[in-house]
Every structure is written in structure tokens, then in C-alpha cells.
Design a protein around this ligand. Structure first.
Ligand SMILES: C[S@@+](CC[C@H](N)C(=O)[O-])C[C@H]1O[C@@H](n2cnc3c(N)ncnc32)[C@H](O)[C@@H]1O
Length: 110
């Protein structure tokens, strides 16, 4: 779990995220961090929100490539996460739109 794509799942699991939790990934982009989260969480427990339509299209392609469509992640095209209406409550809201611009632990150590 040392690469940038696994940063989200590494941090969230470190803070107690369990497969049974329902997660809202705000600014999911092309699912670079989302794919490891989808893999980790129970089916149907990942919701990705992305403001840009074209980026979300790429995310769907990445999801297909990953072979994880069976995990039934919900990908929503929306720029305001407060407008996302879900049938089941969310346990964790994760603002991943900033996670890859923050310094990693190893870059802070140097
Ligand atoms: C650093 S990039 C994507 C990182 C992403 N988590 C990944 O794993 O690939 C940030 C993304 O957040 C999206 N974004 C920015 N503000 C947003 C908002 N208010 N709601 C939803 N998406 C947003 C951008 O369109 C962009 O695709």
C-alpha cells in the first residue's frame, strides 16, 4: 500500500474505516484513489462524486478496466456534494479532491 493510489485507503483504514462502512468520496476524479477503496469496501458501499462529466466518463472506464464493476460503486456527476441524495446514510465523507495535492508522510520526512 505504498503508492499514491493507495494513499486514501491507507489513511482511512488507519483511522478505522471498515469494509462495512459507506463512504462518500468527494472529487473522486478518475478513481485513482477510488479503485483501492472500492476493492476494500463491501459491494455498494462506495459513492464517488465528481464535478466534471468528462472525468467521470474516464472514471467509468477505469472501473471497467479494474474488473470491480461487481462491487456496484455509485458514481455521481455533481459539483455540490450536499445535493447528492442517497437511499442509505453515509458513514464517512472523504474529500479526496485534495488528497493527492497534500504532502505524503515520506515527503514530509525529508
Ligand atoms: C486531484 S483530482 C482527483 C483525485 C481523485 N480523488 C483520484 O483518486 O483520482 C480532484 C478532482 O476533484 C474534482 N472536484 C473539485 N471540486 C469538486 C466538487 N466541489 N465536487 C466534486 N468534484 C470536485 C475535480 O474535478 C477533480 O477531478
Amino acid at each position: 500500500m505504498g503508492d499514491a493510489a493507495s494513499l486514501s485507503v491507507f489513511v482511512l483504514v488507519d483511522h478505522g474505516l471498515l469494509p462495512k462502512h459507506r463512504l462518500l468520496d468527494i472529487g473522486c476524479g478518475v478513481l485513482r484513489g477510488g479503485i483501492p477503496l472500492i476493492e476494500y469496501l463491501d459491494a455498494g458501499h462506495y459513492v464517488g462524486v465528481e464535478a466534471r462529466t468528462e472525468v467521470l466518463k474516464e472514471a467509468r472506464k477505469e472501473l471497467a478496466k479494474s474488473g470491480l464493476e461487481g462491487k456496484r460503486p455509485l458514481l455521481v456527476n455533481e459539483a455540490d456534494p450536499t445535493r447528492v441524495r442517497l437511499d442509505t446514510p453515509i458513514d464517512v465523507a472523504w474529500p479526496s479532491w485534495c488528497s493527492f495535492t497534500c504532502p505524503t508522510r515520506s515527503s514530509m520526512d525529508t
